[in-house]
Design a binder for this molecule. Structure first.
Ligand SMILES: Cc1ncc(COP(=O)(O)O)c(C=O)c1O
Length: 460
């Protein structure tokens, strides 16, 4: 229920309005209205500055709070660790760092080494630096190019953006870092070929074409999201990953999987790539690793990749000369360990699979009811509904329609997501990623809100 703002909160809303520069936000409207502040969370729910309760269908807005809000055991684990040792630079080890690395690797057969930093962008940058240094150390600098895919996103820094296939996110922030080359997307609903048969294999073979055009001896790695997140919740088509794996092997291209969104349970497996039998060389993760209770990201590699940095210990330039100051914060691995314990003890991976199937069924139900839903896609509790003005032509619904539907859901007390200033003319997908603790009742509430929103704003 709404409540009158107390004096302290009212003053802090004005402090926020006056001094905080919000992420991804046009501030002009705040000259006339107050910005949204979220002041409390518990389980699946958050409360705004006016005391209004919302069911959060996007885990903190950006697929992060996987185990839900208000977890005292994580807060206690972080507190206990901070008084024992809050920080030491990552050139030394720490107890929680060692414990979490061992636990994490036990969930990732074939992987071996964990490099800590503190955002998804940074984790990916480490992956790129590893590839670049291997090129210099072992291929005379030649095998340095990094391929990325249209519609994927890998982060916000200039180099992470250089490796991102989202035109609108990139606009006005160039020039970009050289050596990054785009490959085509694999969204079957937006098939690029006249003949859509065997789509997954065809889409993967497009990657091979780019490798051949660039010259295989110049290509060091391929970075891909297992399921594309902000680019429209794109699940891989059948045959895609098998072919990608073969191509990487054939041309000696390292496979870097960006699990920043999919990692740590979101898709109904510990990692998204594990659904598809992939053997990556580099895996990056961030958001759900500690569910936002502390900042932590990891760049995980095979022992084979790691070994390349110690083949010539006489060469002072041959080891990985990288640092992340806050990668040495012990709060990250302490929170991540407890986060993982919760996922195991509460069987949240199984719950994610079961509730993800239920969510997909409900979305298909809405698709039968509303012509505006052209496609529904998803894996685990990570689902999307693409809105179109015409099912034949697949003309994308305008961003304003999605904004109206999301705004309506917000009014009803349910926070949903949508692709947002990512792709030119294709910001038309509703995104759902509720916490892994979701129940059927939660999902019914989310679906009812979307149903109401579509009924008012999505009838075509
Ligand atoms: C797939 C993916 N990779 C990387 C990032 C960047 O993570 P961060 O914002 O923590 O730098 C994001 C952020 O949304 C993402 O979705």
């Amino acid at each position: 229920m709404n409540k009158a703002l107390d004096t302290d909160t009212a003053a802090l809303v004005q402090a926020d309005r006056k001094h905080v520069w919000h992420h991804l936000t046009q501030h002009k409207p705040y000259e006339a209205t107050d910005p949204l502040m979220i002041v409390k969370g518990d389980g699946m729910r958050v409360w705004n500055q006016n005391g209004k309760e919302h069911l959060d269908a996007v885990s903190g807005g950006v697929w992060t709070v996987n185990v839900g809000y208000g977890r005292e055991s994580i807060a206690n684990a972080v507190r206990d660790q901070l008084v024992e040792l809050n920080y030491f630079a990552g050139s030394a080890g720490t107890i929680p760092g060692a414990k979490f690395a061992e636990k994490l690797i036990s969930k990732m057969p074939g992987m071996s080494r964990v490099y800590y930093s503190n955002s998804g962008s940074e984790a990916n940058e480490k992956g790129y630096k590893i590839v670049r240094q291997i090129a210099h150390q072992h291929y005379a600098g030649k095998k340095h190019k990094i391929l990325y895919r249209d519609r994927d996103y890998h982060g916000t820094t200039i180099t992470a953006l250089s490796s991102s296939g989202q035109i609108e996110r990139k606009q006005q922030y160039g020039p970009y870092t050289p050596g990054f080359v785009e490959v085509p997307h694999c969204c079957e609903y937006r098939c690029q070929f006249d003949d859509a048969s065997d789509y997954g294999v065809k889409a993967a073979k497009e990657v091979e074409k780019v490798i051949l055009q660039e010259g295989p001896d110049t290509v060091g790695s391929l970075v891909l999201e297992p399921v594309t997140a902000g680019g429209g919740v794109i699940t891989p088509p059948e045959g895609y990953w098998e072919t990608i794996q073969e191509i990487c092997k054939k041309y000696d291209v390292l496979l870097h999987i960006d699990e920043v969104v999919c990692g740590v349970g979101r898709t109904g497996a510990w990692f998204g790539y594990q659904h598809y039998g992939i053997k990556p060389d580099i895996v990056t993760m961030a958001k759900g690793v500690a569910s936002g209770y502390a900042a932590i990201s990891c760049t995980v590699t095979t022992e084979e990749v790691f070994d390349k940095f110690k083949t010539n210990s006489d060469d002072p330039m041959s080891y990985f000369r990288d640092i992340s100051t806050f990668g040495g914060c012990t709060s990250g691995p302490a929170a991540a360990l407890e986060n993982m314990r919760i996922i195991e003890d509460e069987n949240l991976i199984d719950n994610t699979t079961a509730m993800g199937e239920y969510l997909m069924e409900q979305l298909r139900g809405l698709q039968n009811k509303y012509k505006v839903i052209g496609d529904v896609r998803g894996k685990g509790l990570f689902c999307g509904a693409e809105l179109v003005m015409d099912r034949q032509t697949k003309e994308p619904a305008p961003e304003s329609m999605l904004a109206a539907i999301a705004g309506d859901c917000m009014e009803q007390g349910v926070i949903i997501g949508r692709t947002n200033r990512s792709l030119d003319g294709l910001n038309n997908t509703i995104c759902l990623s509720p916490a892994l603790i979701s129940t059927k009742d939660d999902i019914d509430e989310i679906i009812t809100a979307i149903d109401n929103g579509l009924g008012k704003h999505g009838v075509i």
